[in-house]
Design a protein around this ligand. Structure first.
Ligand code: PGA
Length: 252
C-alpha cells in the first residue's frame, strides 16, 4: 500500500514570517498526524524559513512549481537545482498554473522529468473542468493528462499524483468520495498501471479540492485515496493537522 500523504498548498499566501510561524505550529502538532507524511508547500520566498522551522522533525517541505531548465535566461523562474536543499517535493501542473500561467501537458512532462532528475519528488496534479465533466469526458481528460505528463517517465518510486477536479478547488464544493474514487481507482490507477505495471501500486494518490477536517476522513476511507492536497484548510495549523489526523485515522 502507498504511503499516506497530506500536503498543504499554501498558494500565494503567507509572508516569510507568517510562513515560518505556520510551519512551526504544524511541526509542534505533527504527532497528531501519526504515520501520515506531512508536506508543506509555501511560496518560493519562504522555502528556506519553512525548511528551518521544520528541521529535525518529520515534516517535509515542497515547492509549488519550478522551471524544467537548470539555468539561463528565464526571468522570474526557479530551477530544480535551486530547490535542492530547500525542499524534497514539488507540485507540478496545478490547474491554476495550467489555466492562468500557460502550463501545458508538455511543460508538465518536462518538469516531472526534471524534478526526478534533480532528486525532487513530483506531486503531479490532474483535474477536469466542470464543462468536461458535464460532457462525460472526465475520465478521458484525466487519463490523457496522466499519460502526457508521464511520457518517458519510467520511475514511479518517488511519484505522487493528485486528483483535483477544477470545479472543486476553492469552491467549498468538494467532490464526493465516490466521484473521486471513481476517477482515482479507475482512470488514474489504470493509466498508472499501464505505464508502470506493478510499481503503480505504490504511488500515493491524493484527492484535492475543498478537502477539510470534516470530509477528509471519508475520502481517505476509500482504498484508492491515500491522502490529500489541501489549499484553504492548510493555512491554519490546527485545521491542517485535523485533516491529517482524520486521514491517519481512516488509514489506521
Ligand atoms: P482548496 O485547494 O483546498 O482550497 O480547494 C486545493 C488545491 O488547489 O490544491
Amino acid at each position: 500500500m502507498p504511503a499516506s500523504v497530506v500536503a498543504g498548498n499554501w498558494k500565494m499566501n503567507t509572508t516569510v514570517s507568517e510562513a515560518a510561524a505556520l510551519a512551526a505550529g504544524i511541526r509542534d502538532g505533527a504527532a497528531a498526524a501519526g504515520n501520515v507524511e506531512l508536506v508543506l508547500c509555501p511560496p518560493f520566498v519562504s522555502l528556506a524559513a519553512v525548511r528551518d522551522a521544520v528541521k529535525g522533525s518529520a515534516v517535509k517541505v515542497g515547492a509549488q512549481n519550478m522551471h524544467f531548465q537548470e539555468s539561463g535566461a528565464f526571468t522570474g523562474e526557479v530551477s530544480p537545482g535551486m530547490l535542492k536543499g530547500l525542499c524534497d517535493y514539488v507540485i507540478i501542473g496545478h490547474s491554476e498554473r495550467r489555466q492562468m500561467f500557460g502550463e501545458t501537458d508538455e511543460s508538465v512532462n518536462n518538469k516531472v522529468k526534471a524534478a526526478q532528475a534533480a532528486g525532487l519528488k513530483p506531486i503531479l496534479c490532474v483535474g477536469e473542468s466542470l464543462e468536461q465533466r458535464e460532457q462525460g469526458k472526465a475520465s478521458d481528460v484525466i487519463s490523457g493528462q496522466i499519460r502526457a505528463g508521464l511520457q518517458g517517465v519510467s520511475d514511479a518510486s518517488d511519484l505522487i499524483v493528485a486528483y483535483e477536479p477544477i470545479w472543486a478547488i476553492g469552491t467549498g464544493q468538494a467532490a464526493t468520495p465516490e466521484i473521486a474514487a471513481e476517477i482515482m481507482g479507475a482512470a488514474i490507477f489504470e493509466t498508472l498501471r499501464g505505464i508502470f505495471s506493478g510499481a503503480a501500486d505504490n504511488v500515493p494518490l491524493l484527492y484535492g479540492g475543498s478537502m477539510n477536517a470534516s470530509n477528509s476522513g471519508e475520502f481517505a476511507a476509500q482504498d484508492c485515496i491515500h491522502g490529500g492536497l489541501i489549499g484553504g484548510a492548510a493555512l491554519q495549523a490546527e485545521q491542517f493537522l485535523a485533516v491529517a489526523a482524520a486521514v491517519a485515522a481512516a488509514k489506521a
